[in-house]
Design a protein around this ligand. Structure first.
Ligand SMILES: *Cc1c(COP(=O)(O)O)cnc(C)c1O
Length: 426
């Protein structure tokens, strides 16, 4: 079975996109509902070889209630780490144990809100047990989870997440053991174990290896604490092929590799059924969202520049991590790549470039540029530096219609936190 979906193609032809840009001025994000649905079904099918599989969509990757609603209807839960993210889940009917609250450095009121929704509290530190208990009036929920940081046990890491032993997240092994004992003594009945040590990882063996570390700890916790863990959450971090020639993570291979370990370690320990969970964002919506922007300036100095009406404030990844995003020019998909451009936004920061020395077809003013794989950690990471207003979001429905699921920001939004009336007597 093949889980590598050839679905990255932009879903509108040149005439359709031109008509859409007349109705909704650029820049805008466009998401493809059909592709998102097909993709999540593939994802779930790959892991259907486990007694129970749950995907908690990482809300931070694409915090739009319409996208969440699509995923909710496909059976996904939500992974949250802030009050607004919890509220987004609540508004889209994702409540109770369909919410994984994987927060860190958590304010007391957020534990309270999460517990009120019946969310699973995933503690990031040993001290959060008593901190949350006190915030909750002395009683912890029936179910809790701990985030494990394997430290030097796990090699890897990258520019996005860092090495485990340098990462601020999670508990050490000794703290995990102590944490389960403590919560058991406090009357907690159901337990989970979480880890997330990758970001945008394309090597499938990485996830199998992470499962091995987690399963070993699950068995140790049973022996040392008398606690039977009922679910493991392997976090997010499943990468997507941003660059041409990169390969998607073969989820079928990952699932089967984890299943083998499950049969070796979990079943003999009498811990079957153990639910397998992920909290992926990037591979769920990333390839199925695009930032559409218009070329409004060209400039010829030491390099050739194309200036767009979108900026790094709409899509920060290239500027922040030097991340690669494929750029295509609508209507020129088959034209020769005989020009070399830096494709820029208007921020007063030289890193505001969607592409650097990229081979592209000749770009004319007014051309619509499509920035690919922007459906996760795209609009969500936007900001207002330099007085930039963030792009809106459109959803291509399964019937081919397009709905606006978030309008573009206005000057009023930008000024909303200011009260100019005070200036008069200032
Ligand atoms: C960011 C994050 C995720 C999602 O990561 P992706 O790379 O988008 O899959 C999941 N869990 C936690 C705790 C995160 O911080």
């Amino acid at each position: 079975m093949c889980y590598i979906l050839p679905m990255r193609k932009f879903p509108l032809n040149h005439d359709e996109l031109t008509a859409l840009a007349k109705k909704y001025p650029t820049p805008f994000y466009l998401y493809d509902e059909k592709a998102i649905r097909e993709n999540i079904r593939y994802f779930k099918k790959a892991f259907s070889i486990f007694p129970e599989f749950r995907e908690y969509f990482a809300v931070k990757a694409c915090p739009n209630p319409y996208i969440l609603k699509v995923l909710e209807s496909e059976g996904c839960g939500g992974d949250c780490s802030s009050l607004p993210e919890l509220m987004l889940c609540e508004k889209t009917n994702i409540t109770g144990q369909r919410i994984m609250f994987t927060s860190n450095d958590t304010p007391a009121e957020e534990f309270v809100y999460a517990a009120k929704l019946g969310a699973i509290l995933n503690f990031d530190d040993i001290t959060h047990i008593d901190f949350a208990k006190e915030a909750l009036g002395g009683t912890l929920p029936d179910t809790v989870c701990f985030r494990y940081n394997p430290g030097p046990l796990k090699e890897g890491g990258n520019a996005i997440i860092g090495k485990p032993e340098e990462a601020k997240y999670g508990l050490t092994r000794e703290q995990m053991i102590e944490g389960y004992k403590k919560c058991k003594a406090y009357g907690v009945k159901h337990f989970g174990l979480h880890t997330m040590v990758a970001s945008n990882e394309l090597n499938p063996d990485f996830f199998v290896d992470t499962a091995r570390i987690v399963f070993d700890l699950v068995v140790d916790v049973q022996k040392e604490c008398g606690v039977n863990i009922e679910f493991v959450d392997l976090g997010g971090g499943v990468g997507i092929p941003y660059k041409p020639g990169q390969k998607s993570v073969d989820l079928d291979y990952v699932a089967q590799g984890i299943r083998k370990l499950y049969d070796q370690k979990i079943v003999p320990a009498g811990l079957d059924p153990l639910a397998i969970c992920f909290e992926c964002g990037r591979p769920i919506t990333g390839p199925y969202g695009w930032l559409v922007t218009k070329a409004i300036h060209e400039k010829h100095i030491y390099r050739e520049y194309i200036g767009c009406d979108a900026s790094m404030a709409d899509l920060m990844r290239p500027g922040m991590y030097g991340a690669y995003h494929e750029v295509t020019v609508s209507g020129k998909e088959n034209a020769p790549l005989d020009h070399t451009y830096d494709v820029t936004g208007s921020l007063c920061e030289n890193c505001d470039k969607f592409a650097v020395e990229r081979k592209l077809p000749k770009i004319d003013m007014g051309d619509l540029l499509i920035i690919h794989d922007a459906g996760a950690h795209g609009r969500a990471m936007g900001f207002n530096y330099n007085g930039k207003l963030r792009a809106g979001e459109l959803l291509l429905r399964t019937d081919g219609s397009v709905v606006q699921i978030r309008r573009r920001e206005t000057i009023e939004d930008y000024f909303a936190t200011l009260d100019f009336t005070g200036l008069k007597d200032f």
